[in-house]
Design a protein around this ligand. Structure first.
Ligand SMILES: [Zn+2]
Length: 507
C-alpha cells in the first residue's frame, strides 16, 4: 500500500510504526464550531472516513482522534453578535456538525475520541510549560509565544525557508514578540472574553497547541497519520510539528502527513466571504448522502474538487445505478454459471492501495454494476457479484445504497426508501391511499388555478414528513417520515376532502 506524504513530497510504502502491531493512530484536525459546516468540511471528513474504513478493511486497528476547537476568536465574535455566551454558540454548532456527520454516514467508532479544547486546558498548560522549560517558548505580556528560530526543522512540512515566510502575510509583528515569526501558544484574555487561569495569567489556548496537546494525550508522542485540508499545511501543521517535536524531543511527530485538496466553486474557493457557501444541510435537502459521497470520491482526494449541480446530478445517477445493481433479483437464484466479480474486487483494492484512489475504485464499482445489470439478459447468476459490490461500496466507501420501492398509481408516484416489513407495507398501503387523495385534490386545485389551497396542501403534507415534487407529468411523493393514518384522516377532514377508504382495505 502506498500513500502520498506531504513531508517527503512523494508516494511512500505504508509501514505504520506504531508499537502495537497492526494498529494505526490517526489524528485529523476538527472544526471550529461557529456556524453550520459546509461542503468543504464534508469533503475532508468523508475522505478521512474512507481512509479509516479502508485501513480497517485491510485489517488494521484504527485509533482515531479529531478535536473540536470550541474556543476561538470566530466563536467569540459570533457569540457577541448574537448576544449569547460563546460556550452556548459552540455547543449549538458542535451538535449541528455531529448531525451532519451522522447524516453523511461518517464512522464514529468506540475507539474514537473527539476532545474539546475547553476540556483539555490542563494538558495544554502542561505542554506550554514544558516548552518554556526547554527554552522553546517564552511568556510576554500575559501571553506565551513559540520561539520559531529555535527550531532548526521549522518549514520542513511546507518546504519553505524562514526568509520566504518572513515576506509572507504570517509575519505580522506584535510588539511583545521577540521575533515576528513567533506564534502564540497562550493568549492573554481581553476584557469580557472567556478565560482560564494559567501560570501566565488569565487567558486561553492558541489554536495550534490544542492539536499537539490532544494528539499527545490520546495517541502518544508519535503517531502514524495526521490529516487535514491543504490549507492547514502552513502555518497550522508546521506549528504542530514544531511544538510536538520540541516538547517530546522525538522525531518524527507524524510519519505520514495526508492533505486533501480544497473545494472550489467554479473558479473560486468556496468561502463565506464570497457568498458561495453551500452548507451540508442545504446540500442534503437536494441530494442523498450517497450522492454527496460519490461526488466527493469521484476525484482524487489530493485534487481540488469543483462543486456544481451537474457534478452532483451525475453522482446522484451514479448512486441510483449502484443501488439498482445491488437490489436486482437474481432470477437464477444464485445457481448456474456465475458472473465473476473477483477481478473487479482486485482492481478495487489495487486502486485503493495506490494512495486511496477512490475515483478509480468507484469506476470499478460502476463497471461491476453494469455487468450485473447486463448479466440478467445473458442468464448468468449474479448474486455473488452483488455481494462483492455491496460490501465494497458499503464497508469501504461508506455508501448506504438504500433499497427503494417505487409505486406508481395514476398521476402519483411514491418513492419509499428502506426495506419495509410486511406489517409496515400494510400500514403504508392505508397511508398511501390517503396521501394519494390529498395529492389528487391538490392537482385539481392547480387545474382550477386555486394556488393558495394547492400550496396549503403541499405545506401541510410537508409538516407530516411527506414531500411532494412535481415533474411534467406527475407528482412524486417521498416520505421523510411516514405519517400516521390518524393524522392524515384529520388533515382530510380539516380540508373538507371527501375520502372513502377502498373497500378491500376494510375501511
Ligand atoms: Zn490541528
Amino acid at each position: 500500500m502506498k500513500v502520498y506524504n506531504t513531508l517527503s513530497g512523494k508516494k511512500e510504502e505504508f509501514t505504520p510504526p506504531s508499537p502495537v502491531k497492526d494498529e494505526v493512530k490517526i489524528y485529523v484536525c476538527g472544526v471550529t464550531p461557529y456556524d453550520d459546516a459546509h461542503i468543504g468540511h464534508a469533503m475532508s471528513y468523508v475522505i478521512f472516513d474512507v481512509i479509516r474504513r479502508y485501513l480497517k478493511f485491510r485489517d488494521y486497528r484504527v485509533k482515531y482522534v479529531q478535536n473540536v476547537t470550541d474556543i476561538d476568536d470566530k466563536i467569540i465574535d459570533r457569540a457577541n453578535q448574537r448576544g449569547i455566551p460563546p460556550a452556548e454558540l459552540a455547543q449549538k454548532y458542535t451538535d449541528s456538525f455531529e448531525e451532519d456527520m451522522k447524516a453523511l454516514n461518517i464512522l464514529k467508532a468506540e475507539t474514537d475520541v473527539y476532545p474539546r479544547a475547553t476540556e483539555e486546558i490542563g494538558k495544554i498548560i502542561e505542554v506550554i510549560a514544558g516548552l518554556i522549560d526547554k527554552g522553546f517558548a517564552y511568556p510576554a505580556g500575559g501571553s506565551v509565544y513559540f520561539r520559531v528560530r529555535k527550531d532548526p526543522d521549522y518549514g520542513k512540512l511546507s518546504h519553505r525557508s524562514l526568509d520566504a515566510m518572513m515576506s509572507g502575510e504570517c509575519a505580522i509583528g506584535g510588539g511583545e514578540k521577540e521575533d515576528p515569526m513567533d506564534f502564540a501558544l497562550w493568549k492573554a484574555s481581553k476584557p469580557d472574553e472567556p478565560f482560564w487561569e494559567s501560570p501566565w495569567g488569565e487567558g486561553r489556548p492558541g489554536w495550534h497547541i490544542e492539536c499537539s496537546a490532544m494528539s499527545l494525550k490520546y495517541l502518544g508522542e508519535q503517531i502514524d497519520i495526521h490529516g487535514g485540508g491543504q490549507d492547514l499545511i502552513f502555518p497550522h501543521h508546521e506549528n504542530e510539528i514544531a511544538q510536538s517535536e520540541s516538547f517530546t524531543g522525538k522525531k518524527p511527530f507524524v510519519k505520514y502527513w495526508l492533505h486533501n485538496g480544497l473545494l472550489q466553486f467554479g473558479e473560486d474557493k468556496m468561502s463565506k466571504s464570497l457568498g458561495n457557501l453551500v452548507t451540508i444541510k442545504q446540500a442534503l435537502t437536494k441530494y442523498s448522502p450517497d450522492a454527496i459521497r460519490i461526488f466527493i470520491l469521484n476525484s482524487h482526494y489530493r485534487s481540488p474538487l469543483t462543486y456544481s449541480e451537474e457534478a452532483l446530478g451525475a453522482a446522484k445517477s451514479g448512486a441510483a445505478k449502484l443501488r439498482q445493481a445491488v437490489s436486482r433479483q437474481d432470477p437464477t437464484g444464485g445457481k448456474g454459471k456465475a458472473l465473476d466479480a473477483k477481478p473487479y474486487r482486485q482492481r478495487f483494492i489495487d486502486s485503493m492501495d495506490d494512495d486511496f484512489n477512490t475515483a478509480k475504485a468507484l469506476a470499478t464499482l460502476f463497471d461491476l454494476a453494469r455487468e450485473i445489470n447486463e448479466a440478467g439478459d445473458s442468464g448468468l447468476s449474479f448474486s455473488k457479484a452483488q455481494n462483492t459490490l455491496s460490501s465494497l461500496a458499503r464497508e469501504v466507501l461508506g455508501l448506504t445504497l438504500p433499497e427503494m420501492q417505487i409505486i406508481s398509481s395514476g398521476k402519483v408516484t411514491f418513492r419509499i426508501s428502506g426495506k419495509l416489513s410486511a406489517k409496515a407495507t400494510v400500514i403504508l398501503g392505508a397511508v398511501n391511499t390517503r396521501v394519494k387523495r390529498l395529492v389528487e385534490e391538490r392537482l385539481r386545485c392547480r387545474k382550477e388555478k386555486n394556488w393558495q389551497r394547492a400550496d396549503e396542501i403541499r405545506k401541510r403534507l410537508a409538516e407530516l414528513g411527506v414531500i411532494l415534487e412535481d415533474t411534467e407529468t406527475r407528482t412524486v411523493v417521498s416520505y421523510k417520515s411516514i405519517p400516521s393514518e390518524a393524522d392524515l384522516n384529520s388533515l382530510l377532514k380539516e380540508l373538507g376532502i371527501d375520502f372513502k377508504d377502498s373497500p378491500e382495505k376494510g375501511g
